[in-house]
Design a protein around this ligand. Structure first.
Ligand code: MCN
Ligand code: CUM
Length: 777
């Protein structure tokens, strides 16, 4: 068995400091780029004077919006069919926006030369609050778009409005709550950057950058810049965390490419921390109004949601084409409800673009937060225990495959089992007793429950694509004569351990050690086409392709084995490690033995080409639907508002686990993310659109100090559509944990009559929420 807690193969280099990241790429004659950025959130560009910078002895090129305009590259398409300025020509639309690019002999000179560029701005009023973006008379941000008279981007809806409204009208109990999922940043340790090398002789462009989707980048460069696709090579080396912020193409990448074409030398551009926090893909920023309808005895009947989505200055959200709000419409969650409806309106504001990032599963984060807060509000209204209310409404195992009221087909699950396990692990009833006891003494202890269902593994061709590209993944497997194998996949690890788990899949299917399988990824010249790693799709899609290509190899091996054993293929069976003759297990051949024969002088059966290599493409028939039950215990200091997470139990079901250690690592990371978002993270802006969190002094990341020792549990409900029954897990904990923490804090504050408080629940915010409210037990 190759599945199991194998140590990560990639860690051998990572823990020795031998990872090779984009910034480690050094090419002969390489130049260095730097970006000058807008200090204003909204301003007209009056003039850009680059003459002093150009006169700098070490400067080799200065590229402005005007330069790019001449090449037809001043604007680029986004993943949401909008356009985004590469370098601003007419206006700047968020603080930190790219205005000009300097290429110099060394990085210091490039930075120095930025100071020599004189940009004259005519400041304009900024739109900072999305709720004011559609006001009459609000400044129009995208006056570059023809016929655009306001900041409206799209309206989108899902579900059955009439049915939902009817249920609300008849309902015994209805509740509404406004809530904000604040703008946050994925903040990977490695910032973005690129090394571009255009070879004038061969016409070949090679780009190293930490992209989560190398093939998608190559195809987009070909489509947009008109470069021949076979002359573009995108190499994604080791990545120091992506978390969804490294899916799209950034202006800096395009500038590095143009810089290399213009100078004829390789150009490296690496952004610093502030640039990363200010300009790369943000996450969330959803203003939501949730409504829930139920019976008095606690049966949820319908949910209705209105969202105002702040997309920043360019609609650069990375999501499948038909889903401007991602998979937000999975918001009916894990509950057996009759109808649901959501409306989402997207608006422009003077902030950086992005929207789908930070382990969000295409906005399932926002959806789960909404429904899990609404369920807790309902529990408070009805005077019911929130875990009990969930148990009354969770989907039952016999309802799967389940068709949700907003059009999803959940593949499999046993939800009550997962919640009961979490309750047992944490000792739910005893905790409630302890809470009552503490409350009587004026202490603030809270218990927060959340349950989530995710939809991951985009995606089925009939439902989704990205800019017209179907979301299937290829896989290639070569088996060498000695039985060692090389797997080539299109997805790209940013820390998830693919070199290990994908080798384990091949090992499992072929009965060879995972150590005998090398995984090649992140290089478009070396790997088959596929759309990359995000939305926890690698295991559901590339992982499935890997299992199937290994099965193809195994099937070829069977025919060769039959010739070796002088038996009919029909008489052979696979015992997990060898093809052997039915009824004569001693007569068997391992993959290594078969591989040698397939490459050797064995007389091959008719129609068999020799060798064992195989290629496949996997088109997922459905998404996979991981789920989980989380319970969090907090203590809140009534004097300071400080929240301490005392315990956190997470029961996850991601189907069959390939490497439980890696799965647990993914969950630990996501739980820490959730604590961070719930308690401390927010990208704040002042009223002029100045970014207030452009360093790690202001944008807080959770550390071991804020995290408890996680307590993990698991149930296993295999996916019926995935060849090895696995479901994605990379974003589960980030999706499921914020509502558990917030529900716990709100529960702790219940004696003050608090029913809701928006993230982040910093000491100041908690303190503010309870001000002037009497404590009543
Ligand atoms: N796995 C497993 N068994 C399963 C499911 C997954 O052993 N049943 C393993 C996988 O094989 C893989 C890892 O767990 O090694 C995560 O798998 P998967 O759920 O398929 O997610 P992806 O590999 O597609 O990773 C993407 C996901 C996303 S979208 C974000 S955002 C995120 C996340 O992963 N970014 C991360 N986790 C991250 N972890 C690290 N260290 N760095 C990031 O940038
Ligand atoms: Cu939404 S972050 Mo991940 O899908 O790369």
């Amino acid at each position: 068995m190759s599945f199991g807690r194998m140590h990560r193969k990639e860690d051998a280099r990572f823990i020795r400091g031998r990872g090779r990241y984009t910034d480690d790429v050094r090419l002969p004659g390489m130049l260095y780029g730097a970006v000058i950025r807008s200090p204003h959130a909204h301003a007209r560009i009056v003039s850009v004077d680059t003459s002093a910078a150009e006169a700098h002895p070490k400067v080799r090129a200065v590229i402005t919006g005007r330069t790019l305009e001449g090449l037809g590259l001043a604007w680029m398409p986004t993943l949401s069919q909008d356009t985004q300025a590469v370098l601003a020509t007419d206006k700047v639309r968020f603080q930190g926006q790219e205005v000009a690019f300097v290429v110099a002999e060394d990085p210091y000179s490039a930075r120095d030369a930025l100071e020599l560029i004189d940009v004259e701005y005519d400041p304009l009023e900024a739109v900072v609050d999305a709720r004011r973006a559609l006001d009459e008379g609000a400044p129009v941000i995208r006056d570059d778009l023809e016929g655009r008279t306001g900041n409206h981007i799209f309206d989108w809806e899902a579900g059955d409005r009439a049915r939902t409204d009817a249920l609300f009208e008849q309902a015994e109990v209805t509740l509404a709550q406004d809530m904000l999922y604040p703008r946050v940043h994925p903040a990977p340790l490695e910032t973005c950057g690129a090394v571009a090398d255009f070879d004038k002789v061969t016409g070949k462009l090679t780009v190293w950058c930490p992209t989560q989707a190398p093939h998608a980048h190559r195809t987009l460069y070909a489509m947009v810049a008109g470069l021949p696709e076979h002359k573009i090579r995108v190499i994604s080396p080791d990545i120091g965390g992506g978390f969804g912020g490294k899916v799209g193409i950034y202006p800096g990448y395009v500038c590095a490419i143009v810089g290399s074409i213009v100078t004829g030398r390789p150009v490296k551009w690496m952004e610093d921390r502030s640039e990363n926090l200010m300009s790369t893909a943000f996450a969330r920023d959803y203003h939501m109004r949730g409504e829930i309808a139920a019976t008095r005895d606690g049966r949820i009947r319908a949910i209705r949601v209105k969202v105002l989505a702040d997309h920043g200055a360019f609609n650069g959200t990375a999501q499948p084409t038909k889903f401007p709000a991602g998979f937000f419409h999975v918001f009916s969650g894990s509950y057996d409800i009759e109808a649901a409806h959501c409306e989402v309106t997207g608006v422009y504001t003077n902030k950086a673009p992005g929207g789908v990032a930070y382990a969000c599963s295409f906005r399932v984060t926002e959806a789960v937060y909404l429904v899990e807060r609404m369920v807790d509000l309902l529990a408070a209204e009805l005077g019911l225990d929130p875990a009990e209310l969930r148990l009354r409404n969770l989907l039952r195992p016999e309802q799967f495959p389940y068709h949700s009221p907003t059009g999803w087909e959940y593949d499999s699950g046993d939800y009550p089992k997962a919640l009961r396990l979490a309750m047992d692990m944490i000792g739910y009833d005893k905790l409630r007793a302890e809470q009552a006891d503490r409350r009587s003494r004026g202490e603030l202890m809270g218990i927060g429950v959340s349950f989530f269902t995710e939809a991951v593994g985009a995606g089925p061709r009939k439902h989704m694509d990205i800019l017209g590209l179907g979301m299937a993944d290829g896989a290639e497997l070569r088996v060498h004569p000695t039985g060692k194998a090389v797997l080539r996949v299109s997805c790209q690890s940013q820390g998830q351990g693919h070199e290990t788990t994908f080798a384990q899949i091949v090992g499992q299917e072929l009965g060879i050690p995972a150590d005998d399988v090398e995984v090649v990824h992140g290089d478009t010249d070396q790997t088959p086409f596929g759309l990359g790693t995000y939305g926890s799709r690698s295991t559901p899609v590339s992982g499935a392709a890997t299992a199937l290509v290994a099965r193809k190899v195994r099937d070829r091996a069977k025919i060769v084995a039959a010739a070796m054993l002088e038996a009919s293929p029909d008489d052979l069976e696979w015992d997990g490690g060898r093809w052997s003759v039915v009824g004569d297990p001693a007569a068997g051949r391992s993959i290594a033995e078969i591989a040698l024969a397939a490459h050797g002088s064995l007389e091959l059966p008719e129609g068999v080409e020799g060798h064992l290599d195989a290629v496949t493409v996997y088109n997922p028939p459905n998404l996979t639907y991981p789920f989980g039950a989380y319970i969090c215990v907090v203590d809140v200091d009534p004097g300071t508002g400080q929240v301490k997470v005392r315990r956190f139990v997470a029961v996850d079901d991601c189907g069959v686990r390939i490497n439980p250690m890696i799965v647990e690592g993914q969950i630990h990371g996501g739980l820490a993310d959730g604590v961070g978002m719930a308690l401390m993270q927010v990208m704040a802006f002042d009223e002029d659109g100045n970014h207030l969190g452009a360093s790690f002094m202001d944008y807080l990341l959770p550390t071991a100090m804020e995290c408890p020792s996680w307590e993990l549990g698991e149930t296993v409900t295999p996916s019926p559509t995935h060849p090895i029954g696995a479901k994605g897990v990379g974003e589960s904990a980030t999706v499921g944990s914020p509502p558990a923490v917030v529900n716990a804090v709100v529960d702790a504050l219940a004696p003050y009559g608090v029913r809701h408080a928006d993230m982040p629940l910093t000491p100041a915010n908690v303190w503010r929420v309870v001000q002037g409210r009497p404590f009543r037990t």
